[in-house]
Design a protein around this ligand. Structure first.
Ligand SMILES: [Zn+2]
Ligand SMILES: [Zn+2]
Length: 537
């Protein structure tokens, strides 16, 4: 997730407020957002939030930020405005002030002047941000690549070189593909491949793509129309993208060629394109349900071709391969991106484009951003090869502060608070203890122990032992009995030691004692929940 702060005297500029989608091993957590503590403490200094582009890892945390911190104005451009507005509909009780910037906008403050330059990326209207300071420009490239045959507008090379000429103090640049040599291929090339494939394939085409990749969606629609196929759209995020982008004219098509999922039934032909989500093997996404045979409207046909117009985000390979296996097993032909078939290209700069950006900007200091640590390191290496002094390249951690003055630059010893904040499906933050419990329960199961005592701590009835995901007591009566007996022993011993022991302490003793007992017996550590009911007579 991305969020950067530039601070000088009594002014703070924020760049981006992104979200990270949580991995499956963070139980019940949907998103991870930045820690806003520092901004809360310095709220008065904030002059504005500037958004580079409309991807979730740059705008997703805006509602959560607004809940905690007052932001005088959010500045965004083009399609990002539409996406932010649409996102805020879910949070109708939050007020915000959203302003559109263009490439010619300049915002002046006491210590800063903010301007923008257009770049190419996998979504329209991606901009770099240039902040003029007393010491020179601080430039954040945002996510970028140099596409010499872009769909949509060209990068503003002139403005980038002009910034370099005026003097860039520090360049912060996208490191996503810093380990990939040469140039990233053009989006137009993908369009040509898709056109060819669509014209050669005879049956139905199911194509999975990233919903946020507006240019790709447009090209898939064009290839479909050229081959005489209507496009039927599946997946909430895909429908949303097409809705927003069509309204703003980023996606265009003749009326009647793009249909919603309900209209599939009405087509009396299988010669269509099904455009769907699920390129990452997400279990609930349309393509996964098609692969599993559990999709209500789409059953695979023997002549189907499935095209992945995407790449695997690291970590998702297993899920994707599982789906591909199922698709092939059901008789579909599957086409993935490969050197021979460009069904996808990245939206991020490879090494030669990175070198170009560094040559345009000629920064005094360099700070690689946006990428795994390995990529940041690689990017710093490229920067030093391109002419930035090695000691002027700073590979930083989240929360690090890089400070500049007339004499030079240094990283502060003290970080600002920057732990990850977890958000669950109800859109509220999740305590890290709760997360630990969820993980514990998922790994080891749950053991609940219930019994009733009088207020004089006399046991009434028997101890009830219940397991969920821990042990099958039906087939292991002896384990159940031994746990019950051990609980009784712990209860009696607890009372023997302190006659006036309170219920909380008693429960704790039972947890500790049972934990040891069960581990010695079967080497398991379930989450133990004792419930002691106290009745008055
Ligand atoms: Zn992006
Ligand atoms: Zn990004």
């Amino acid at each position: 997730m991305n969020m950067y702060i530039v601070e000088c005297n009594d002014e703070i500029i924020i760049m981006d407020a992104g979200i990270l989608f949580a991995d499956d091993d963070v139980h019940g957590v949907s998103y991870i957002i930045p820690d806003f503590t520092y901004l809360k403490q310095n709220q008065k200094k904030i002059v504005g939030l500037f958004i580079t582009h409309g991807h979730e890892d740059h705008i997703g945390a805006i509602p959560f930020l607004l809940k905690q911190v007052e932001i005088p104005t959010i500045y965004a451009s083009g399609i990002a405005i539409g996406i932010i507005k649409n996102k805020m509909l879910e949070f109708s009780n939050i007020n915000y002030n959203l302003k559109e910037y263009t490439e010619n906008s300049i915002y002046k403050y006491k210590n800063f002047e903010v301007s923008f330059f257009r770049t190419n990326h996998s979504i329209p209207d991606s901009f770099g941000i240039a902040i003029k300071t007393r010491l020179g420009y601080i430039v954040n490239t945002g996510d970028f690549k140099f596409d010499f045959m872009p769909i949509g507008e060209k990068s503003n090379y002139y403005k980038m070189t002009s910034l370099g000429k005026e003097g860039v103090l520090c360049l912060m640049a996208d490191s996503t593909n810093a380990d990939i040599s040469q140039f990233s291929s053009s989006e137009k090339k993908v369009g040509i491949t898709l056109m060819n494939l669509f014209s050669q394939i005879e049956g139905r085409i199911i194509v999975a793509a990233f919903a946020s990749n507006v240019y790709r969606v447009q090209q898939i629609i064009e290839a479909s129309i050229a081959s005489g196929r209507k496009v039927v759209v599946f997946g909430h995020s895909m429908e949303k993208t097409i809705e927003i982008a069509s309204k703003l004219k980023y996606i265009t098509y003749p009326k009647g060629w793009v249909l919603n999922s309900r209209e599939l039934k009405k087509q009396n032909t299988d010669f269509v394109t099904i455009l769907c989500t699920g390129s990452q093997g997400e279990p609930m996404a349309a393509l996964s349900r098609i692969a599993n045979g559990t999709h209500k409207q789409i059953k695979l046909l023997p002549n189907d071709t499935v095209i992945y117009s995407s790449k695997a985000i690291p970590g998702n390979e297993l899920f994707i391969n599982r789906n591909i296996n199922k698709l092939v097993h059901a008789g579909a032909h599957v086409i993935q991106n490969s050197p021979l078939t460009d069904t996808h290209t990245t939206g991020h700069a490879s090494q030669n484009e990175i070198r170009m950006m560094l040559s345009f900007m000629q920064p005094k200091y360099f700070m690689p951003v946006h990428g795994e640590y390995l990529m940041l390191k690689e990017h710093a290496k490229i920067a030093s090869e391109t002419g930035v002094k090695k000691e002027n390249c700073f590979v930083l951690d989240t929360g690090d502060v890089l400070a500049f003055n007339d004499k030079g630059a240094k990283v502060f010893k003290k970080k600002i608070p920057a732990s990850e904040v977890y958000i669950d499906a109800s859109l509220s933050d999740v305590d890290s203890n709760i997360l630990k419990e969820r993980k514990h329960m998922a790994d080891e199961g749950l053991l609940a122990i219930t019994f009733t005592i009088t207020k004089h701590k006399r046991l009434i009835g028997s101890v009830v032992v219940k397991s969920s995901g821990f042990a099958d007591f039906e087939s292991s009566k002896s384990l159940e009995n031994s746990i019950r007996q051990k609980t009784l022993d712990l209860f009696t011993n607890g009372l023997k030691e302190h006659k006036n022991i309170n219920i909380k302490a008693l429960e704790k003793q039972i947890i500790v004692g049972l934990n040891q007992f069960i581990y010695q017996k079967i080497e398991r550590r379930p989450l133990i929940v004792p419930i002691i009911n106290v009745i008055n007579n």
